[in-house]
Design a binder for this molecule. Structure first.
Ligand SMILES: Nc1ncnc2c1ncn2[C@@H]1O[C@H](COP(=O)(O)OP(=O)(O)O)[C@@H](O)[C@H]1O
Ligand SMILES: [Mg+2]
Length: 261
């Protein structure tokens, strides 16, 4: 059984950074899915898809739309085959599927439903699956997955973030996405007062991610966040959160034990 982890929250709260770092400590085989059209997860992990000859879901959909009748049997068969062969970046450490940018007018419905179509079969091949979301709430309405094991909500210290949590829960309920655990995580901008607010929010507050100058530096240079020193503040924070989760339910969360020490 695979464990599906999703990070969500407002723009710039640190979702992709968190997804990149937490994935390093999860049980493998590991699949990362970048649902943000502004595809940044690969960059944060030092993966250059173009150089690797791996396509995004959006580019495959665009190619097939040009040659097959939308919605036809041939369209779906070709789409599925192409997504499997062309859109999965594979490496020793993790596999990665990227929604990618759509370079044309229109909504992301065909791209999202294509991704949604392959996810149920695809994830059965992995022990851990991490989904990095775009900013905001719309991706939840699109219901790319129907069940989430661990939902991490990244918050910055603002009233908007607090409201985001309420709205997110309402949408999840309305579109019938189920989850086992919802965790609140304060981002690097949090101070003690903000933490106190999340602690009293009625949700499971895990803690915060400390400010880490290395994160900025690695992102700027396109270096993989998996190569951050183990004692850098962001890694230490994520490991602390994972230990906290294990205290909550030691059998539920699949972490590579040796990696937390
Ligand atoms: N712990 C941290 N310390 C310092 N800077 C961070 C940290 N986490 C994220 N950032 C920076 O904040 C910005 C937004 O982070 P990102 O993970 O891209 O957010 P999101 O995916 O929510 O839009 C990036 O420039 C990133 O380098
Ligand atoms: Mg992001």
């Amino acid at each position: 059984m695979s464990e599906v982890i999703v990070s969500t929250g407002r723009g710039g709260t640190g979702k992709s950074t968190f997804s990149a770092i937490i994935s390093k400590y999860l049980a493998s085989p590991l699949l990362l899915i970048d649902v943000d059209p502004d595809q940044s997860l690969g960059d944060m992990l030092g993966v250059d898809l173009e150089k690797e000859g791996v396509n995004t879901v959006s580019s495959v959909v665009s190619d097939i739309q040009g040659t097959r009748k939308l919605g036809s049997r041939l369209y779906f068969d070709e789409l599925e085959a192409s997504l499997y062969t062309n859109c999965i970046y594979r490496s020793q450490k993790f596999d990665l599927v990227t929604l990618g940018t759509k370079w044309a007018e229109g909504c992301y419905c065909p791209e999202d439903s294509s991704l949604k179509g392959i996810i149920p079969r695809l994830i059965t091949e992995y022990k851990s699956v991490v989904i990095d979301s775009p900013a905001g709430l719309e991706h939840l309405n699109r219901r790319v997955v129907s069940h989430i094991n661990d939902l991490f909500v990244l918050s910055d210290p603002s009233l908007k973030s607090a409201k985001h949590i309420e709205r997110m829960k309402r949408i999840i309920d309305a579109v019938k996405i189920t989850y086992d655990y919802l965790y609140l995580v304060g981002n690097h901008e949090f101070n003690a007062e903000g933490e106190e607010y999340l602690r009293n929010s009625g949700e499971q507050f895990l803690g915060k991610i400390d400010y880490d100058v290395n994160v900025k530096d690695y992102n700027l240079k396109g270096k993989s966040l998996w190569d951050l020193p183990e004692d850098s503040p962001a890694c230490l924070s994520v490991k602390k959160l994972l230990k906290r989760i294990q205290e909550i339910d030691k059998d539920h969360f699949q972490v590579r034990q040796e990696s937390l020490t």
